[in-house]
Design a protein around this ligand. Structure first.
Ligand SMILES: Cc1cc2nc3c(=O)[nH]c(=O)nc-3n(C[C@H](O)[C@H](O)[C@H](O)COP(=O)(O)OP(=O)(O)OC[C@H]3O[C@@H](n4cnc5c(N)ncnc54)[C@H](O)[C@@H]3O)c2cc1C
Length: 376
């Protein structure tokens, strides 16, 4: 029986494991998911935690409860991958052998890479979101700055979504006229997806969100409440929300499998790690230049599950990942946008409407039932 080890029990890891368990013939393989804390976190909910609209506890589930019974689960930190030996070394000295390895270890946050980051809040972890929620509750007016601390980062639309939702939040609290909302982008445009930039720029104009492009954060001075850019600009803040720099997971870096950022060079169609015929990569962990998003991890996970099932059966892999991503964004005031795109087709600017807002709410509600269990 072939051994399939899946590193990471987040979106991508769960989808691969459950989809493969459905597709593979009984007795063909033993699937083991390894996750360092055994917890699966629904990260899109962090935005709503910051606004006091989402209970943090409901965003976390025990990964074991999301996996099919035939899938084994090991709660342990993977410390090193040895592709020559086809072995994963776990904390405490244990080892797992594999015939196929799937790396779905997501991204790691590095606030420590920005001097003075302790002066900022963020919503890219559960703890960070709770801290930001508490700070917002006490906030009664001044300069609120949303800044992106480095590229790539997961969910490229999330910072812009946050700015839109803050406009809504302060309006509902009756203090919008006391708040200056500012948005700092490291890129030469406001929104990372080029075809949508004019739409988002227009939305920001309507919502009175001041924007600065080419602002790469160099440091934060929590005492004087200033954020400085590599380009030499300084912006004052009363409340700073900064997206921490990201990298790939330590285990990828420590195993020599990553590029400079710790992202794994990955074939964008087969999703095999380049130079490795038995290691697949899904989700944030790849170096593929598309959105690092749960939707990406989900679609990639289905392709990898199909391909491993076919190879176990002696067939050639039937599926190619075409770069498909579908994602809903909340623009505040019960309006949203939906973006669908792939390698060949960039997203077309969609209308802002209530239907897409409801789409986002529906996914937030149905996530646990549908996505990790690979039911869609
Ligand atoms: C605020 C916010 C909003 C977002 N909104 C959206 C959205 O609306 N739509 C969307 O599609 N995406 C969204 N995302 C992005 C999405 O959550 C991620 O892109 C997605 O979770 C990536 O899936 P993954 O499987 O690659 O990694 P993850 O889901 O992060 O899972 C990685 C897993 O690997 C485990 N792991 C890491 N290292 C090790 C190790 N050494 N040993 C064992 N286990 C390890 C971790 O414990 C974790 O469980 C959002 C993210 C944030 C932060």
């Amino acid at each position: 029986m072939k051994k399939v080890v899946v590193l990471g029990g987040g979106v991508g890891g769960s989808v691969v494991a459950n989809h493969l368990a459905k597709k593979a013939k009984r007795g063909d393989c033993k699937i083991t998911v390894v996750d360092e804390d055994g917890k699966h976190v629904y990260q899109p909910g962090f935005l709503y935690v910051t606004l006091g609209k989402q209970s943090p506890a409901k965003l976390v589930r025990n990964e074991r409860t999301l996996l099919k019974r035939s899938v084994d689960m090991v709660t342990s930190r993977a410390e090193r991958i040895d592709p020559g030996e086809r072995t994963v070394h776990l904390a405490g000295g244990k080892k797992l052998d594999y015939d196929y390895l799937v790396i779905a270890t997501g991204s790691t946050l590095h606030p420590e890479q920005v001097p003075g980051f302790e002066g900022a809040h963020h919503f890219y972890s559960l703890e960070g979101s709770i801290g930001l929620r508490n700070a917002l509750m006490k906030f009664n007016g001044g300069d609120v700055v949303v800044a992106v601390g480095g590229v790539p980062y997961k969910c490229p639309p999330a910072p812009a979504e946050s700015a839109c939702l803050l406009d809504y939040y302060f309006t509902k609290r009756g203090i919008r006229d006391k708040v200056n909302l500012k948005f700092l982008s490291p890129l030469g445009r406001v929104f990372p997806l080029e075809s949508l930039d004019p739409l988002v720029t227009e939305v920001f104009k309507q919502k009175n969100v001041e924007t600065t492009i080419f602002f790469n954060i160099e440091s934060i001075d929590p005492k004087s409440k200033k954020v400085e850019s590599l380009e030499g600009e300084t912006v004052n803040y009363d409340l700073l929300i900064a997206i921490p720099p990201h990298s790939g997971a330590d285990v990828v870096i420590d195993s020599g499998l990553g590029d400079r950022g710790g992202w794994i060079p990955t074939d964008r169609h087969s999703l095999l790690a380049k130079g490795h015929g038995d290691i697949y990569v899904v989700g944030d962990a790849t170096d593929i230049p598309i959105s690092k998003a749960g939707a990406t991890a989900h679609y990639e996970g289905l392709v990898v599950g199909d391909n491993i099932a076919a190879r176990l059966n002696g067939q050639s892999p039937p599926d190619n990942y075409d770069g498909k991503v579908t994602c809903f964004c909340d623009a505040g005031f019960h309006k949203g946008i939906m973006m669908t795109f792939d390698y060949e087709n960039p997203p077309v600017p969609p209308p802002l409407n209530r239907r897409h807002y409801l789409g986002k709410m529906m996914i937030n509600r149905l996530y646990w039932m549908l996505i990790p269990k690979a039911r869609v």
